[in-house]
Design a protein around this ligand. Structure first.
Ligand code: CP3
Length: 367
């Protein structure tokens, strides 16, 4: 029986190049699939995430339909906050909304008084769902990717109380009250780390840390206020980690999380869970703005790259999209290894047959 540890995805994360890149899509589970929309009728997003057989089935749908090389666990970055008892909902078409935004030092103190161990104690539905998926995929040796939100991206929602464009309130807190910021981000790191551990304990073979909104940060702020906490979220990870953000061209070298900031609160230089010579991160996810050969030039030989089909081109005629995918794969050869993905999530209006066609095309490249 093939083992997920020998899958194209996990080998690519360890820097091994196969005859073709492994392929999966961020947000492959979800609204682009009619079978997902049908299953979700009558169930709120976060309730679906915490119903093990439903979450497992939704996770498996895109694997069956597209034949992708990995499942990504169907859940959400705010699930560990829900498990900690924080009042949060996903508003359709909008995103995560918090009943009580965390804006002042007093708000932070109230939140961080919650023991992150609550997340582990309440995570059984997460573990059960991942176990179901891993068991179903075991005969094929298909790996399950677990994930969590990075502390900054979670804070961007939590401090605003909902989605925002420039994440001004979270970025302001860093400078207006650094102690409160570090307390908040440190707590979020622990909460995300606990969520990742629940998934790897239950059989996830890799994890992805989503710092989707990190691109709004300056390099200086990223180093001082964010990177140490993202590193802490991955500390002790027992499987290889992918680190992804949007608009992060200026942050790429820092996204390996390999150079502990000297004044980082509580961050030790020899972080455990180091999986590659580059640091705690095996693979950096790149959005569609930076060509992969340019990213490889910046990141060097110790990091695998993931990306970076432009989601907009999923709407283009096939010959145009095919040429683009070919170009992405060719540029990906500049990295030690490459995992083919989009530069961000699958847009809900995507024709899913286009995704299946990309998978078929990439598999032919390996023949
Ligand atoms: O990738 C996958 O298929 C796995 C599942 C997954 C979801 N959310 C399911 C989901 C993952 C990995 C996430 C991560 C996530 N959630 C991120 C980071 C990834 C990224 O896109 O940058 C962020 C920022 C969130 C927060 C969030 N949750 C947003 C912005 C939204 C969209 C709101 C909307 O309706 O447009 C959600 C909801 C959400 N998470 C959906 C899915 C399938 C849609 C829910 C629905 O069906 O209505």
């Amino acid at each position: 029986m093939p083992h997920p540890a020998e899958s194209l995805l996990v080998r690519a994360l360890h820097g091994e190049r196969g005859t073709r890149p492994p392929v999966w899509f961020m947000r492959q589970a979800g609204r682009s699939l009619p079978e997902y929309r049908e299953l979700r009728v009558g169930t709120r997003m976060l309730d679906a995430c915490l119903t093990p057989d439903l979450a497992a089935e939704i996770t498996l749908q895109p694997v069956r339909r597209h034949g992708v090389d990995a499942a990504v666990f169907f859940s959400d970055i705010v699930i560990p906050l829900r498990l900690a008892g924080v009042a949060v909902e996903i508003e359709p078409g909008r995103g995560p909304v918090f009943a009580d935004p965390v804006r002042t030092a007093a708000d932070v103190a109230r939140l961080t008084a919650i023991d992150p161990a609550e997340v582990a104690a309440n995570a059984e539905p997460v573990r059960e769902a991942v176990r179901l998926v891993a068991a179903e995929l075991a005969p094929a040796g298909t790996p399950v990717i677990g994930f969590a939100g990075a502390p900054f991206t979670l804070a961007a929602y939590l401090v605003e109380g909902g989605p925002s464009k420039e994440h001004l309130r979270a970025r302001a807190m860093m400078h207006a009250d650094p102690a409160a910021w570090h307390a908040l981000a440190g707590w979020l790191a622990e909460v995300s780390r606990t969520f990742l551990t629940a998934q790897t304990d239950a059989g996830a073979s890799a994890v992805q840390l989503f710092d989707s909104w990190a691109g709004s940060l300056s390099v200086a702020d990223y180093r001082e206020y964010v990177a140490p906490h993202s590193r802490a979220a991955l500390d002790g990870a027992v499987v290889p980690a992918i680190h992804f953000g949007v608009g992060t061209a200026h942050l790429l070298p820092d996204m390996t999380l390999s150079t502990p900031t000297p004044d980082a609160a509580g961050a030790a230089p020899g972080v455990s869970g180091r999986v590659g010579p580059g640091g705690v991160v095996s693979c950096v996810g790149v959005d569609w703005r930076t060509p992969l050969d340019a990213a490889a030039g910046i990141l060097g030989p110790d990091v695998t790259l993931q990306g970076n089909i432009d989601p907009a081109l999923l709407q283009a005629p096939w010959p145009v999209l095919e040429a683009h995918v070919r170009d992405v794969v060719a540029r990906g050869r500049a990295a030690r290894a490459h995992i083919l993905n989009l530069g961000h999530g699958v847009p809900p209006e995507t024709d899913p047959t286009v995704l299946t066609r990309i998978v078929g095309f990439v598999k032919e490249l390996g023949e």
